[in-house]
Design a protein around this ligand. Structure first.
Ligand SMILES: [Zn+2]
Length: 340
């Protein structure tokens, strides 16, 4: 099969589209013909190399996959249209047995320590296969799982979103941002967002009531003004160092800041007086649970959640896809298409 791999860490130029062996059938594993695979920031970290993690080389990235069953391990028939749950877990520990698979000590993602979806075929545990209806296209199905699962877990499980809450979503046109805006809206929240000026129209079209300039303005002041001075109930953070202070300042008394990433850097500080006196909650969130993905998928199938697609890129142009994501030029998800 054809796959995009890297043999050493580095810039986009280390990605090579080449012929590699097909995955072998194995007990309990399905083989899926990949029809689409969305890019994530995680893919960039893998390609550049991580401090404390040794990724097996050569490596095929790609956590967000849709396609058709080739070998369904006796569970699914060939040709079944599917998306893949991106989380991998042991299935045996207490967390797994209690359906908190994202708290499993062995939790990992497709395409992280094992080969992922930048390829014509992928082998996955059969438990990760989720059939999709015919009316859901492969591009949307691939653009959906990781970001919507992340946003769902952040807002509902961690930040305990209630109808009527005001939610501020940072970088509303990013993968997690566009998902968070939609998940918050569909659960009855009022949504404020930040974005680059060139992307504001797209962010509004997703359902954000007000959009602030991510770079030029103090969005914490704008968020306070938009809430009559009160501040927001929830901030969805994934930017990190560059925005952290303003994100904390945007919170109302009793507000919850939930974070799933730090694309601009890991170092942040907190004025503890604000934390206790205003009874703030700072919450970490990582991926989400499989039952949450099944719940969210029902809204995808019903057309109530729609991943925003930036561009569909042939597998052979994977370097260009990485460059675009790395330069934050995208509005929504960049999706690779093997066989295109
Ligand atoms: Zn486990």
């Amino acid at each position: 099969m054809k796959a995009a791999r890297f043999h050493q860490h580095g810039g986009p130029e280390v990605l090579r589209c080449e012929e590699v062996p097909d995955p072998e059938p194995a007990p309990g594993r399905a083989i899926v013909r990949v029809r689409a695979c969305a890019l994530n920031h995680l893919d960039l970290w893998q390609r550049r190399g991580l401090d404390r993690v040794r990724i097996p080389l050569p490596h095929i990235s790609g956590a967000d996959v849709s396609g058709e069953i080739v070998d369904g391990a006796g569970v699914f028939s060939a040709g079944t249209r599917v998306l893949l749950q991106p989380g991998l877990s042991c299935g045996r520990c207490a967390a797994c047995r209690e359906e908190r698979d994202n708290e499993c000590a062995d939790y990992s993602l497709l395409g992280y320590m094992s080969d992922g979806g930048y390829a014509e075929l992928i082998s996955v545990p059969v438990e990760n296969v989720i059939p999709i209806p015919d009316h859901v296209d492969f591009i949307s199905a691939a653009a959906f799982p990781l970001t919507f699962l992340t946003a769902w877990h952040m807002l509902l499980a961690r930040a305990a979103l209630r109808s009527g809450d005001t939610v501020l979503v940072l970088a509303g046109s990013s993968g997690v941002g566009q998902a968070a805006i939609q998940v918050a809206r569909v659960h009855g929240a009022r949504v404020l967002a930040t974005s680059a000026p060139s992307k504001m129209a797209a962010v509004r079209s997703l359902g954000a009531d007000e959009v602030f300039d991510h770079y030029a303005e103090d969005f914490s002041r704008r968020a306070r003004a938009a809430t009559g001075g009160r501040g927001v109930d929830i901030v969805v953070e994934h930017v990190g160092e560059a925005t952290w202070d303003r994100s904390v300042r945007a919170l109302a008394r009793g507000g919850r800041l939930v974070t799933c990433g730090a694309t601009t850097g890991y170092r942040a500080s907190v004025d503890l007086r604000h934390l206790f006196a205003r009874q703030l909650s700072l919450l970490g969130s990582y991926m989400g649970r499989k039952p949450e993905l099944l719940q969210a998928s029902r809204l995808l199938f019903a057309g109530k959640l729609r991943p925003l697609i930036d561009e569909v890129v042939p597998l052979a142009d994977v370097r260009r896809g990485h460059q675009r994501l790395e330069a934050s030029q995208q509005v929504g998800k960049i999706v690779l298409q093997p066989g295109a």
